[in-house]
Each structure stands twice: as C-alpha cells, then as structure tokens.
Design a protein around this ligand. Structure first.
Ligand code: NAP
Length: 346
C-alpha cells in the first residue's frame, strides 16, 4: 500500500555528506532557496558536519550516522552528497523510510545496486528518487533539446562535445573520467536525443605530462546511438586553462551549438577577451539552484518530476561499457534494455 507523505509548508531537509557539493547545497537551501530548512546533517567525519552547522549558522542536528538522519522525524527529504559508493545504501534506507531523495550522481556505482534501487522504488509504488543530473535544468541545454526535438535541424547525424576541467585531484584515476565526468554527457545526450547508446569506443590520444601515472588524460569517447548518431566527447581533466564545456549538434539541415556561459567580455590594450569560469560550480550555478528549488517544490507538492532512478540506472549501465572499452582498448557493443513501465509512464 502506498503511504501518504505529508509535509508541512516548509520541507525539512537532511544532508548526508558535508564535503564540496554537500556544503554548496546547504548554502543554497539556507541562503537562496525558499520553502526549505536544513534540519539535519551527517558526515562520516563528524567534525565536518558540525563545522557545516557553525559555518552556515544552521539550526540543525549533526547525526553520527546517515541512517539515523534518514529516520529523524523532522527530515522530510534527504540530499545524498556523500561519495558515490555510499549512495545505494542511503537511497535504499530512505526508500524504506518513505522519504524523498535527491542523490548526487551517480545513482550507484554498480548495476546490481542500481537495480536494487529500481526494485525498491517500484515496490514502494511511488517515485521517491531524483538523481543530480543538473544539466537538464540549464536553459542552454533545454534550448538544445527543444531545437533537436522540434526537428528544425532535420535528422541528427553527429554530436561533437568536450568536457574539460582545469586540473584533476591527486587521486583522480582513468576510470573516474567516465564515472565522474563522461557520466554527465551520457545522461544529457540520452535526454536531448531521446535515443539509446549501442556502442562505445574509448580512445587514448597522446597523454598530457600534467596527468599522474594513474590517469590517462585526455580521453575521447566515441559513442553510437541506435538511430546511428555518432557522439564523440573529448574528456580532458587537466586542460590547465579553466572549466570548459562544448557541444555542437549536427543535423541534416543545420547545426546547433551550446553557447558559452554569459560572462563579461573585456576589451583592453588592443585585445578583446572573455572570462572563463574556473570550475563547474560557476558554470552551472543557476542550474543547481533551479534543480534543488524544483526538487523542494515537487516534494512539497508530493510528486517528483526531475531526473529519475531510471536515468541514473542507464547512466551507470552505459558507463560500465565505457569502462570495459577503456580496459580492453576495443569497441564494445551496448545492449538495449527495456525501461520498466513504472518509469516510462512517469
Ligand atoms: P567530497 O568533497 O569528497 O564530499 C563527500 C563527503 O562525504 C566527504 O565529506 C566525505 O567524507 C563524506 N562521506 C564519505 N563517506 C561517507 C559516508 N559513508 N557517510 C557520510 N558521509 C560520507 O565530494 P564531492 O565533490 O562533494 O562529491 C560528492 C558527490 O557529489 C559525489 O557522488 C560526486 O560525484 C557528486 N558530485 C556531483 C556534481 C555534479 O555536477 N552534479 C559535482 C560534484 C560532485 P571523507 O572526505 O572523510 O571521505
């Protein structure tokens, strides 16, 4: 039987993981968004949770365990911003407790865990899970999708994309280029093209001297969709010059380009230049704010509409085949899987 979720006017949020993005979400919920109050925080490092309370002046409780936070009475919804490997257990526990969940990507790191989440949510009988694919809240990507789906460009033939970070962290390994970086492109192009990937080949160009031994950088993913569209994505996480995203969609009748983020152009000493953003936080700032505000509004209205667990499942599913290609240096076929009715009818 479906339980009725009843929430007062203000959504009580509990945040698990008070690292980089967890703190960003605390900040936006506390200072910028409406209809929400951060009532609980938890981190494996208790000091980090307590620091978050004092830094952001929260009237919230720091829990030693994420599970205790999930079961707290004043927590209506949970934001999971801990490291990827911990997501599945917190999502499953939150579903059991009948709480709405916003989980940062990835939904889970293994297909088995993703499947367990799909099973648990379907058994519960109501959508509870949203995955943090914030690009679909970015108006530039929304416009690209609208142009593609309006068929103005005719049939789409190719997509050329690039995802560049100024510098990666010390422990960033080759596989993380897929699980942390490419995963955004896997999801957004499934969403824009309304198509499924059927093959992938990961290519390793000449390696930059700026990358550590554990990291092959740059990498290029060449994906093909069921309708034959080729999507190639350059992934370069030590590009040195800034955070940069490119996307060009080529159709039979024209092309569409993702515009650069609005930034002031400076003309000086005979030169004109645009400021680049240093990181993803600034590039997607507006998208993150809209994403979390809509999650709050939808929790209060009792119905989630954002990226669902199926999108999370498919992103991890495709990523797994990309990793296989990375390891075997070969082109890998990706099987088509059927979306459960529960998700296709949402
Ligand atoms: P981070 O700075 O390392 O923060 C993660 C926090 O979770 C750390 O404080 C970590 O503690 C804590 N933690 C680890 N295991 C835990 C557990 N079992 N229970 C509770 N807390 C635990 O990482 P981040 O960059 O914020 O990333 C967090 C998640 O957000 C990742 O899944 C990442 O992929 C995702 N993310 C998404 C985007 C996006 O664009 N949507 C951007 C950035 C990150 P320790 O440091 O002690 O391990």
């Amino acid at each position: 039987m479906i339980q009725q979720i009843s929430i007062n006017k203000t959504l009580g949020i509990g945040i698990i993981g008070t690292g980089t993005i967890g703190q960003d979400h605390i900040k936006r919920c506390t200072n910028f968004l409406s209809g929400v109050k951060v009532v609980a925080v938890s981190d494996i490092d208790k000091k980090s949770a307590q620091n978050a309370i004092s830094t952001y002046g929260l009237n919230a409780k720091a829990y030693e365990s994420g599970d205790d936070l999930i079961h707290a009475k004043d927590v209506d919804a949970v934001i999971i911003a801990s490291s990827g490997k911990t997501h599945a257990k917190y999502i499953l526990s939150s579903i059991k407790a009948g709480k709405f969940i916003f989980c940062e990507k990835p939904l889970a790191t293994t297909i088995e865990d993703c499947q367990a989440i799909l099973d648990a949510e379907q058994k519960y009988g109501q959508r509870l899970v949203q995955v943090g694919f914030m690009r679909s809240y970015d108006r530039r990507y929304q416009e690209l999708k609208q142009i593609v789906q309006s068929e103005k460009l005719g049939p789409i033939l190719m997509v050329h994309a690039a995802h560049r970070n100024r510098q990666s962290s010390e422990n960033f390994m080759s596989e993380m280029v897929i699980t942390d970086t490419l995963i955004h492109e896997i999801d957004i192009f499934r969403w824009i093209l309304k198509d499924e990937f059927v093959s992938v080949e990961m290519i390793f160009p000449r390696k930059t001297s700026k990358a550590k031994d554990i990291l092959q950088d740059p990498q290029v993913a060449i994906l093909k969709t069921r309708s034959g569209i080729m999507v190639n994505v350059e992934l370069f996480v030590n590009c040195q010059y800034g955070y940069d995203i490119h996307c060009e969609i080529v159709g039979e009748l024209g092309i569409a380009n993702l515009p650069p983020p609005a930034a002031v152009s400076v003309s000086q000493n005979g030169k004109r230049y645009d400021q680049l953003f240093a990181n993803w936080k600034d590039w997607f700032l507006e998208a993150y704010n809209i994403e979390i505000q809509e999650f709050i509004n939808e929790c209060l209205a009792g119905k989630l509409k954002g990226p669902d667990a199926w999108r999370g499942y498919m992103a991890t599913f495709v990523a797994n085949f990309c990793i296989q290609s990375q390891k075997t240096h070969s082109k890998i076929a990706i099987p088509i899987v059927k979306c459960p009715v529960f998700y296709s009818q949402q």
